[in-house]
Write a protein that binds this ligand. Sequence first.
Ligand code: PMP
Length: 362
Amino acid sequence: MTNRAYNFNAGPAALPLEVLQQAQQEFTDFAGAGMSIMEMSHRSSIFEEVNDGAQSLLRELFGIPGHYKILFLQGGASTQFAMIPMNLLTPGKTAAFVHTGSWAEKAYKEAKLFGSTAIAASSESDKFNRIPALSDIHIPADAAYLHITSNETIEGTQYAAYPDTGDVTLIGDMSSDILSRSVDVGKFGLIYAGAQKNLGPSGVTIVIAREDLVAESPKTIPTMLRYDTHVKNNSLYNTPPSFSIYLVGLMLKWVKERGGVAALEQFNRDKTKLIYDAIDTSGGFYRGFADMGSRSLMNITFRLATEELEKQFVKESEQAGFVGLKGHRSVGGLRASTYNAVPMESCKALAEFMAEFMKRNG
Ligand code: PMP
């Protein structure tokens, strides 16, 4: 197929062509049922197999220990910003945050609605161009948990290593880097991610949580916002986003066929190196936004000398078949999102385009 764009969208984002083609093949008749997965009861054995299969494949690929629950929820990662404090911020305790940028801020502000909060470290004075040093993170004595944003999608920064929080529960928003690299899940009490960047389409949010944290929620919380509701019902308390879960399952199979997460991590390193090299060898024509030690493998943010030149870059890149390179409106500049499904070919083409654009405008 030749009409696929060089898709660098920040989310929803590129999906593997193979995954889309398989979904297309099964679209009107799934597993010989005479209907699509969308038309089927979520209580049917076929759908239960899809639901359980996606869960167990995620457990296998991401190395999720047996005492962790996997939930498929709705409402996006943004709903987790509220569900986490509602369920886990116990009275008299503080929710602590590492403030790394736009998404950390949203999580922090939402938690404020529910109780005491604190900033354990921040890179705001550097316009969030880096992840704070782990040694600069100060967790308050009364912390219920420490919340981190493992990859800041808008600024293009990513943790190189995660903090050790001892007895304090570590919570990670991995919306923009889940399954893109190996993670010691056991370090975290809870990990959450919207699926629409690395795991599939929008519509389903993955929550991975240590059993003891989600077994019993405070009784005053509405049913749908309680973790224990979804734990007790295997994420089937109400009608789930069945088509999204099915596609996540296909995406997970694709990851497995490619050799799993470690192989994918190497692939992500190799493909982003092409673009970071184009920045670093440009003699300052392209300027990477993130500090070297905090560079993201998922969102590559960079600037040009003037906003005018950036606009021209976006315009010409679009004419050349690239999509999604304009930076987020809150920070400007340019951004290439290079999630799991973005092929090497797209990154090669972008690196070549960048070199050629520089030749003409440098
Ligand atoms: N956290 C991060 C790091 C994100 O990148 C996003 C989405 N771009 C969100 C949270 C919010 O996700 P959703 O749109 O699924 O609510």
